[in-house]
Design a protein around this ligand. Structure first.
Ligand code: FCB
Length: 455
């Protein structure tokens, strides 16, 4: 069977800071990504999102692209500092709201369902100055932002995602400092993770109250780990990787609290000098609020080798280091089975309910040929293989209900700048020109027919 069931949602995704540009237009305030990308040495090539894809001005063209892509749905995010320039004003910025009205109304006219992510990383700088995600004081402003947006768009938007990838926000933002705001403090990162989850739990009922009959969820980036060998050291390292990357988020969201083995590990490492003192009474109940779906961003798997024993003393690898030809420009291994494995685990182990792939895609920097065509065969193959993994989930009865390709456009890839291209559409960052790639035509055909080709 090569066909998806009727009703399976095909979509594509973007995020505000990665595509909008227009960073100081119509009253938008400063975000942590403006500050970070303008700090020398933080983003490759000294790139920033000042202009990006200029989607702020070209959104109508991008909605036309989505129509050509035959998608049912489009996942976008809201730039918090466009709405509340310093993060918590009582009265929202009307021009910011009007921009998202134009997009949402344009999508609905085009027959495309908007899926709105509230937080895709562009925190108002003023809120970071007040402590950012490691501070409990961030929760009320986030819930206020969720209230403002769901009140304003709730009649037209019926699919809401509170947060995109809490692991990335906490770990890259506050643990290793690779992302904005560039802080390197594991304890702060664990507090950030908790406050992100807690703000999700508090925002869900607010969104539901404002947006009748809506579907509300959260998006996690999940990466299955596999030990590099059968050694005890690799097994333990892999369990810790899973605790760090997957279970630290999955467990509290599924009423299990924080995983005890990982708490003990963080205590051993000195990351929790005061234990879980930032977890207050009632927090875990709030975090475990019922949701309508779980969003998963899947890109790759991880092969885990212990760094606690010398290579010479460890068992020989039974999982080889992936060869470069199996990796994308990011160095991420192409491993479609991992998507299946994650979904099966969520269904069988966590009983997660409805699942949606809210991002999946690959970085390959194919440029237009002499004839102007962008022949990105490796991206076609990536999407084909991962869509087949999705189909296998559906066929096996795993409740996977939709798939969003990352991304509609080549865009600002965070600390990697513009060098890593994930788009179905090639973008000329000098002129703003958009050019659909071969993968765009491939995905458009799948979205139209609901069927994967027989090669
Ligand atoms: C995810 C992010 C998205 C994009 C892709 C490549 O972690 O959610 O914004 O950067 O990776």
């Amino acid at each position: 069977m090569n066909s998806f069931p009727p009703g399976f949602v095909f979509g594509s995704a973007t995020s505000s800071y990665q595509i909008e540009g227009a960073v100081d237009v119509d009253g938008r305030g400063e975000s942590i990504w403006d500050r970070f990308s303008h700090t020398p040495g933080k983003v490759k090539g000294g790139d920033n999102g000042d202009i990006a894809c200029d989607h702020y001005h070209r959104f109508a063209e991008d909605i036309a692209l989505l129509q050509k892509l035959n998608v049912d749905a489009y996942r976008l995010s809201i730039a918090w500092p466009r709405i509340l320039p310093t993060g918590s004003e009582a009265t929202p910025n009307a021009k910011g709201l009007a921009f998202y009205d134009r997009i949402v109304d344009g999508l609905l006219e085009a027959g495309i369902t908007p899926w709105v992510t509230l937080y895709h990383w562009d925190l108002p700088q003023a809120l970071q100055d007040a402590g950012g995600w490691p501070s409990r004081g961030i929760i009320d402003p986030f819930v206020h932002f969720a209230d403002v947006m769901s009140r304003h768009l709730g009649d037209r938007v019926k699919h809401w995602i509170t947060h995109n990838e809490p692991w990335v926000v906490a770990t890259l933002g506050y643990w290793n400092g690779e992302h904005a705001p560039g802080i390197k403090d594991p304890n702060a990162a664990l507090k950030a993770a908790h406050h992100i989850l807690l703000s999700h739990g508090k925002a869900v009922p607010v969104i539901r109250a404002n947006s009748a009959d809506s579907q509300v969820g959260i998006t996690l980036n999940l990466t299955p780990g596999i030990p590099a060998s059968g050694s005890e050291a690799d097994r333990i390292a892999c369990q810790q990787f899973d605790g760090f990357f997957n279970r630290w988020y999955l467990d509290p969201l599924h009423k299990r609290g924080y995983p005890a083995d990982q708490v003990a590990h963080y205590e051993d490492e000195g990351h929790l000098p005061k234990g879980l003192d930032f977890v207050h009474d009632g927090d875990l109940e709030t975090i475990a609020v019922d949701t309508d779906f779980l969003g998963i961003n899947y890109y790759s798997r991880a092969i885990i080798r212990s760094d606690k024993v010398d290579e010479a003393d460890n068992a020989p690898r039974t999982q080889a280091v992936p060869p470069p030809e199996r990796c994308t420009d990011f160095g991420w291994e192409v491993w479609p089975d991992g998507l299946y494995d994650i979904m099966a685990r969520l269904h069988h182990d966590y009983d997660s309910g409805d699942l949606v792939v809210t991002e999946n895609g690959c970085a390959y920097s194919t440029e237009p040929d002499d004839d102007g065509r962008v022949k990105d065969a490796r991206r076609v193959s990536y999407f084909d293989s991962h869509l087949r993994a999705c189909l296998r989930c559906v066929t096996d009865g795993i409740p996977l209900t939709g798939y969003f390709a990352w991304s509609l456009l080549d865009n600002f890839e965070w600390a990697e700048g513009y060098e890593k291209r994930f788009g179905l559409t090639w973008v000329d960052f000098e002129t703003g020109e958009r050019r659909p790639k071969d993968s765009f035509r491939f995905f458009a055909e799948v979205a139209k027919t609901g069927t994967l080709p027989t090669w």
